[in-house]
Design a protein around this ligand. Structure first.
Ligand SMILES: Cc1cc2nc3c(=O)[nH]c(=O)nc-3n(C[C@H](O)[C@H](O)[C@H](O)COP(=O)(O)O)c2cc1C
Length: 377
C-alpha cells in the first residue's frame, strides 16, 4: 500500500488519522500510519503540551497538525480573542434559548469551578477558530520538527501562512468538498488535497466521496489526493486508490477506540447511532457539521430558534452546553461530530485493531480483484 504520498511524508501506509486526541495520533503513527492532531480546540499553551507528549511517544516519526482557517468568520470576535473574552459578544437571546432547552429537560448547571474551567478552555480553544487564532497555533506547531504536514480546513491558507510553512519545508494540505475549491487551494500553494465527501463527520459539503474524489483527482493533476468521508475498511481503501487517491483520511472510526478522548457514556451513544442519524446541523459552530442528531440539534431547526451565530461564537455558546449534557449523561440531547460511518461502529476497538483490520482487508480485496481480472482474461 506504499504510495508516493506515504514515501514523501515518511510513513509506512497512507492511512491518515484525524483526531483531536493525542493518544489516537500517537497509536496510528506508531502503527505505521500518519496521525494528524486537530489543534483548533486547544489554547496555544495546551497545544504545546499535547505536541510535546506526541514527540515523546512517537520515536521520531513524522505526524501532522490540523487548523481551521475559515474564509467567513466574526472579525470582532477575532479581535476580542486577543484581549478579552469573545463569549461576551454572544447575545442574551441565544444564551436564554440554550438555557431553556436544558432547564426544561432538567439538566443541572455545572458546578461553578467546573463551569469556570470549561468556559476558559472553550474560549481559549474555540476562540482560535479564526485566521489569527490559527497563526497562534501554528507558531507552536512549527517549534516541533516532527510536524511534517499542516492541514487547513474551511478556507485557503493565507499567503503569509503558506510562505511560513514552505520556508520550514512543511507540506501544506487542505480539506475540500468541491473540485473548484481544490483548484483554488492549489493556486494558493496547497500541496496535498483531502477530498472530503458529505458523509464525513465534522464540517462537510454536499458531494459524496465516491463522486468527489475522481472529480478532484481530475481537476488537480499532479497533486496528491487523499479520500475522506465514510472510510472504515480495507474495501474502502482499495476503492479510494482505484478512484485515483493516494491514500485515505479517516476521522469517525477513531472515536470508538479505547484511545479516543470520549467518555464511556459518549461511546455508548455513538455505538447506538445509525448512519441516517448522522445529520448536518449548524448548531455546533455556525457552519454545517455532520453530527449525531439530538433534541438539541432539532431545537435549533425550529422557527422560534434564534439565528446561528458566526464562527467562533456559535462554537463557544454550544460547547458549554455540551459539557453539561455530557456530565448529565443525557443521550437524547447529545450531539457530537460523526460521519455516516458511525453506523458501522458497535463496540469499542483499539487503534491497532482498526489499523490491522483495514490493512488485512485491503490485501484480501486486492486478491479478490486480481482473481476477477484473471477470470476475465
Ligand atoms: C469529531 C470530529 C471532529 C472533526 N474536527 C475537524 C477539525 O477540527 N478540522 C478538520 O479539518 N476536520 C475535522 N473533522 C473532519 C475530519 O478531518 C475528516 O475529514 C472526517 O472525519 C473524515 O470522514 P469520516 O468522519 O467519515 O472518517 C472532524 C471529524 C470528526 C469526526
Amino acid at each position: 500500500m506504499q504510495t508516493a504520498i506515504a514515501r514523501a511524508l515518511g510513513c509506512d501506509v497512507p492511512i491518515f488519522a484525524f483526531s483531536h486526541c493525542r493518544d489516537v495520533v500517537v497509536e496510528v503513527t506508531r502503527a505505521g500510519g500518519f496521525g494528524v492532531l486537530g489543534a483548533s480546540t486547544f489554547a496555544p499553551d495546551q497545544l504545546e503540551q499535547e505536541l510535546r507528549w506526541i514527540d515523546d511517544h512517537t520515536e521520531g516519526r513524522p505526524y501532522g497538525v490540523d487548523v481551521l482557517i475559515p474564509a467567513n468568520y466574526d472579525r470582532t470576535a477575532e479581535a476580542e480573542s486577543h484581549t478579552g473574552d469573545p463569549a461576551t459578544l454572544i447575545p442574551q437571546a441565544h444564551l436564554d434559548f440554550m438555557e431553556k432547552i436544558l432547564t426544561d429537560a432538567g439538566v443541572a448547571p455545572l458546578p461553578e469551578d467546573e463551569r469556570a474551567r470549561v468556559h476558559r478552555d472553550i474560549v481559549e480553544g474555540r476562540g482560535n477558530m479564526t485566521p489569527d487564532g490559527a497563526r497562534r497555533l501554528l507558531e507552536i506547531a512549527l517549534q516541533h520538527p516532527q510536524v511534517k504536514l499542516v492541514v487547513s480546513a474551511l478556507g485557503a491558507p493565507p499567503p503569509d501562512v503558506v510562505a511560513m510553512l514552505r520556508e520550514k519545508k512543511i507540506m501544506i494540505g487542505a480539506l475540500c468538498g468541491k473540485a473548484a475549491h481544490a483548484v483554488k487551494q492549489r493556486t494558493a500553494g496547497v500541496q496535498l488535497i483531502i477530498a472530503q465527501g458529505t458523509e464525513a463527520g465534522g464540517h462537510t459539503g454536499d458531494i459524496s466521496t465516491f463522486v468527489l474524489v475522481p472529480q478532484i483527482v481530475d481537476a488537480c493533476p499532479g497533486i496528491p489526493v487523499l479520500a475522506a468521508g465514510g472510510i472504515t475498511s480495507g474495501r474502502h481503501v482499495a476503492a479510494a486508490l482505484a478512484l485515483g487517491a493516494q491514500g485515505v483520511w479517516c476521522g469517525t472510526i477513531w472515536l470508538g477506540t479505547r484511545e479516543s478522548e470520549l467518555t464511556p457514556f459518549e461511546k455508548e451513544v455513538l455505538f447506538a447511532t445509525r448512519a441516517e442519524d448522522a445529520v448536518r446541523s449548524r448548531v455546533r459552530t455556525g457552519k454545517p457539521v455532520r453530527m449525531t442528531k439530538s433534541k438539541m440539534s432539532e431545537a435549533w431547526e425550529k422557527p422560534d430558534a434564534p439565528g446561528y451565530l458566526p464562527t467562533p461564537l456559535q462554537g463557544i455558546l454550544y460547547n458549554e452546553i455540551h459539557a453539561r449534557v455530557v456530565r448529565a449523561q443525557r443521550p437524547e440531547l447529545y450531539s457530537f461530530p460523526v460521519g455516516q460511518a458511525v453506523g458501522t461502529m458497535t463496540e469499542e476497538t483499539s487503534v491497532r485493531e482498526v489499523m490491522l483490520r483495514i490493512q488485512t482487508e485491503y490485501l484480501d480485496t486486492m486478491d479478490r480483484l486480481s482473481s476477477l481480472a484473471g477470470a476475465d482474461a
